[in-house]
Design a binder for this molecule. Structure first.
Ligand code: AKG
Ligand code: FE2
Length: 404
């Protein structure tokens, strides 16, 4: 398997030389000549550079260098004829390159992944999910509990509560007129019934077969605002295994991950809803939110318009308008400034008095529903079953730029 991108590679090595990475360049040259140990050494050196400074300060050259080294590590293992272990190791290296590496060699990484995947398809690739898992999976997606059960867990003043409006699939013009322009949330049902994902993802064996050996980033812990929270890189199969764990302190959540850029087969199972063209906007990202019963996303806001598709399972959403930001006590640390200090699960009225009487909207997103969340609207999300959702974020030209 060739690593491709000859000119890009030469240019990258020049950039790394300028950064003083002579040892990396020497190892990369040996790796290109088939030296596996040199490939691994180069990857190690780039990895160290990636972790030597905060993520946004690591130079693009070193990120691209990491991707190049991953291509070299995978090349001999991914070549046709290798065994399953080799293919898995190649996929892991290439996925790590996609997740942690820069964008320069993205196409080369994707091509290499497509070759390994196609090679595997030729062989016997029956999914490993046990028969019992198939049943458990169906039960897990169904979930139970209604709004009253959720509200018991969340102390609220019922006077300040409104239901999120619910409509069946409406024309784009009506969506723009009634919700988008007014920046009003709405749940739309029956708009994604045609997505292959609605049927295919109900089959755990399908997910396991398509994605089982792929490496993905997951979040582990009660929620991202907790101190014990961490991120890990595990295979999709390992993630599915953890779905059955009852250890709530180690809830494992694929959250806000661009899974569909990474695993192309899954991208084919969903479609960008027409509503995302409202405002002549530009799609910013499509993210997966996949996890067990009980995942919690604390109260926060994002800068984008969000159309949130509930593909499998059910989720409770609580929304507060953008206008009440001050009353929700945003965190003071810049990195978490879009997150509220108010913990809705353990609401402390004496500490956050202004938040006590605020009006909010809530509702349960059922399988097959879409939820429109206008920019900067605060949202709190809790899964009521195994849940797989997809968010479509877009922005219009008049909105502030930047990420969530
Ligand atoms: O589903 C979740 O847990 C959070 C979703 C969310 O915050 C978003 O789509 O912006
Ligand atoms: Fe969000």
């Amino acid at each position: 398997m060739a690593t491709g991108g000859g000119e890009k590679r030469a240019e990258l090595l020049r950039r790394i030389t300028e950064e003083g990475g002579f040892a990396f360049v020497a190892s990369a040259e040996k790796a290109a000549a088939g030296d596996v140990r040199a490939a691994e050494a180069a990857r190690e050196m780039a990895w160290e550079q990636l972790h030597s400074a905060p993520r946004d300060e690591v130079g693009a050259a070193w990120r691209d260098a990491y991707a190049l080294a991953c291509l070299h590590v995978a090349a001999p293992r991914g070549a046709g004829g290798g065994g399953d272990d080799d293919r898995r190791a190649a996929l892991r290296a290439l996925d790590m390159g996609l997740i942690m590496g820069g964008g320069l060699l993205r196409a080369e990484l994707e091509d290499a992944i497509a070759r390994v995947v196609a090679d595997r398809r030729g062989g016997d690739c029956e999914a490993a999910a046990a028969a019992g898992d198939v049943e458990r999976w169906k039960e897990g997606i169904a979930g139970d509990g209604d709004l009253a059960d959720v509200l018991k867990l969340l102390p609220v003043k019922s006077l300040s509560r409104k239901k999120i409006e619910r409509r069946s699939c409406i024309p784009l013009e009506a969506f723009i007129r009634d919700y988008f322009i007014r920046e009003a949330p709405v749940i739309l049902s029956g708009c994604i019934d045609h997505w292959p994902a609605r049927t295919k993802w109900k089959d755990i064996k399908y997910l396991e077969r398509i994605a089982g050996d792929r490496t993905i980033p997951v979040e582990v812990g009660k929620n991202y605002a907790c101190t014990e929270w961490k991120q890990e890189l595990i295979t999709f199969s390992q993630f599915l295994e953890r779905m059955w764990s009852s250890d709530s302190a180690n809830l494992t959540y694929v959250a806000q991950h661009p899974l569909f850029d990474q695993i192309k087969e899954l991208r084919g199972d969903i479609t960008v809803p027409e509503y995302c063209s409202a405002g002549g906007g530009e799609l910013q990202s499509i993210n997966a939110w996949f996890g067990p019963h009980g995942t919690l996303t604390p109260l926060h806001h994002d800068l984008h318009h969000n159309l949130f598709a509930q593909v499998l399972g059910r989720k409770y959403f609580r929304l507060y308008p953008a206008s009440v930001s001050v009353e929700l006590y945003p965190q003071t640390e810049t990195i978490l400034s879009n997150t509220s200090q108010v913990d809705l699960d353990n609401f402390d009225e004496t500490e956050f008095p202004k938040a006590a009487d605020l009006e909010f909207m809530d509702g349960i997103l059922e399988e097959g529903d879409l939820l429109y969340i206008p920019p900067k609207w605060w949202h709190y999300v809790r899964s009521l079953s195994i849940s797989f959702s997809v968010s479509f974020w877009w922005r219009t030209s008049h909105l502030p730029s930047g990420s969530s």
